[in-house]
Design a protein. Structure first.
Length: 169
């Protein structure tokens, strides 16, 4: 797969090739750069892959939800990072070594969701239609593949929760 750093400034889009499967591809043109797939009976575990690296995303808790990220295909050992989500959907991704990235959003009808540093430097954003833009400020960021994949996961999780809430009304 191509490095995300090599496609900065190009049009990137998350695509769901088959509507019958919970599988997504990040594409530049028709070339796949990263993938995200849900697995398991209740689809609680998500497998993400980019640039030869793999991670597993796992949801923990029901009232105070924490999202855990593990290296590899199985959630074993200590998580690489933990996402602490606030009720607004915003939150912080905190790596085991203390590095932190902030997930936020702007807009209501056409929301833009994005990762930024604690200092407020925008790293990447996802717009309506799951279009991805990577900032030149993220060009040397080793966490870029994980932030890209986990950002889509957060958007899909919010969509799933909104659909469940609407169905219960």
């Amino acid at each position: 797969m191509i490095s995300l750093q090599n496609v900065i400034g190009q049009e990137l889009k998350w695509v769901r090739p088959r509507w019958t499967q919970q599988f997504y591809e990040l594409q530049v043109g028709r070339q796949v750069i990263a993938t995200l797939s849900r697995s398991g009976i209740f689809k609680e575990r998500v497998l993400a892959e980019a640039q030869g690296q793999r991670w597993t995303f796992k949801r923990q808790g029901s009232f105070k939800v924490r999202l855990l990220i593990y290296a590899g295909e199985e959630p074993v050992g200590e998580p690489v990072a933990v996402f602490n989500r606030r009720w607004t959907g915003k939150g912080e991704l905190i790596y085991a070594d203390g590095r932190t990235f902030c997930w936020s959003r702007t807009g209501f009808w056409s929301p833009i969701q994005f990762w930024m540093t604690p200092e407020g430097i925008s790293l990447l954003s996802m717009k309506r239609g799951k279009k991805l833009e990577i900032s030149p400020d993220a060009s040397n960021l080793p966490e870029l593949p994980l932030l890209t994949l986990f950002g889509l996961y957060l958007i899909l999780l919010a969509e799933q929760e909104a659909a469940a809430a609407a169905a219960s009304v």
